[in-house]
Write a protein of this length. Structure first.
Lengths: 295, 151
């Protein structure tokens, strides 16, 4: 009897010691994963545990849309990614993340243009692509859908609801040690926002939209650095980085940008001059990148 | 003998389980971010970053680059209560490898406060440096959180 108890004790101690070796954050992550949709396909994801001495905090799709709205960018519904495509993107972490970002940008664009019915539909598309990434809980807690419906004509309230979803998804990615997914999703959101703003500018030729567009292009450098921190996490990242590097190089070749960079000056994008050829080249690169993400 | 061993065994196993259950309770990102969000009001949530800090024998710096947009007003809230030893927050206009960078903010002005905020506009980038003091005994670690809001 005593020997049996000793054996059980040893087994219990071994289990406890083994659990002690695992990272407590991993345990929390597992708890989170346990409560999210069991159908979420996270099996191929890479847990990123490395901490870097320099990291990058990227803005939200909502803020980018807000900046464009303030500059007077109009609403062109045909520019949005078809929400019916959402179910097609459950093929790889890269596809899930980029298209989650793309739909987030579309949702923000609808929201700040007071297109509330469309906003509701794009919130659904975000929820669907989010579920592929294990984010069900972020969209289902706090009666988000009902609160969204109830406040649908109150811009401040719905923006706050969507901001809270953003915060929840940020926390969940962090707890799941999937910080790299946040960066890839932002690359998707940024690409979609650039695509929409380019097309809107080419249609309306609003100088303020051009100024905002140039300012957002400056973000390309930070996105590249952020993606490079997670270079080995997903196989598609090499091509994504190369595509954004191309856009960044085209932006840096704009004569007035080049001069300001050489002088290490803050650029006043409202007075920046850009030729049609320079803009067309950047627009083509953005369009190609977006097309590779959504198709 | 049996009467003694059974309860003793239970006590030993339960005690060990309890001892190891505590874990890294300091780095609960949800709890830290919930607190930061309260201090962000009335600004809208934009983004946030949790930085894990390990104390080393020498002073070290962890830097976070934060791109901003000119014309927007920002509030940046820091939640430092998950750090066992004071870490100084410095905010600069350029990264740590740049010469002639300008210090915009230092948490030294805040004394021992574990929560504080900084408001900024008219700049495209800020660089948040966590200056981690040396710790002879090593192995201490914790988390710092900041949250960016705009209006």
């Amino acid at each position: 009897m005593i020997s049996k108890l000793l054996a059980v004790s040893c087994l219990a101690i071994t289990i406890v010691l083994a659990s002690c070796n695992s990272n407590p954050e991993d345990q929390k992550s597992q708890e989170v994963l346990d409560v999210v949709d069991s159908t979420a396909s996270l099996t191929s994801s890479v847990a990123v545990t490395e901490e870097h001495d320099v990291s990058y905090n990227l803005p939200s799709a909502l803020q980018i849309a807000y900046v464009f709205k303030k500059s007077g960018a109009g609403f062109v519904p045909s520019l949005l990614n078809n929400k019916a495509n959402a179910s097609r993107y459950n093929t790889s972490n890269y596809k899930r993340a980029t298209n989650f970002g793309i739909y987030s940008a579309d949702l923000a664009y609808c929201l700040f243009n007071k297109k509330y019915q469309e906003s509701k539909e794009y919130l659904k598309a975000c929820k669907e692509t989010g579920s592929f990434l294990g984010l069900n809980q972020a969209f289902e807690s706090d009666n988000i859908a009902q609160r969204f419906d109830k406040n649908i004509t109150n811009e401040d309230s719905v923006v706050k609801i969507v901001s809270n979803v953003q915060l929840k998804t940020d926390v969940m990615f962090e707890q799941n040690k999937q910080k790299h997914i946040t960066v890839i999703a932002f690359a998707g959101a940024w690409t979609e926002s650039m695509y929409i703003a380019m097309e809107v500018y080419l249609k309306d030729k609003n100088k303020k939209v051009l100024g905002s567009l140039m300012e957002q292009l400056l973000l390309s450098e930070t996105i590249i650095k952020a993606l490079k921190n997670y270079n080995d996490t997903e196989p598609e990242l090499k091509d994504l980085i190369a595509s954004i590097e191309k856009i960044n190089a085209q932006f840096n070749l704009i004569a007035s940008v080049k001069v300001a960079m050489e002088k290490d000056e803050e650029i006043d994008f409202n007075s920046v001059s850009i030729t049609d050829e320079e803009l067309k080249a950047i627009a083509e690169s953005v369009k190609t990148l977006r097309s590779s993400m959504i198709n | 003998m049996k009467k003694i061993i059974k309860p003793l065994f239970s006590v030993v196993v339960i005690s060990m389980l309890m001892a190891f259950q505590g874990g890294d309770v300091l780095c609960n990102s949800k709890e830290l971010k919930d607190k930061a969000q309260d201090a962000l009001e009335p600004y809208k949530y934009d983004s946030s970053e949790l930085t894990r800090i390990t104390y080393k024998k020498k002073e070290s710096v962890k830097e976070v680059e934060v791109p901003l947009f000119i014309g927007e007003k920002y509030r940046i809230v820091f939640e430092m209560e998950a750090l066992p030893k004071q870490v100084e927050v410095q905010i600069y206009n350029k990264d740590k490898d740049s010469k002639n960078r300008k210090l915009l903010f230092s948490s030294k002005e805040m004394g021992d406060k574990k929560e504080f905020n900084f408001e900024v506009s008219k700049t495209r980038h800020i660089y948040i440096d966590y200056v981690v003091p040396p710790m002879e005994e090593g192995s201490y670690h914790g988390c710092a959180v900041f949250m960016v809001g705009y209006k």
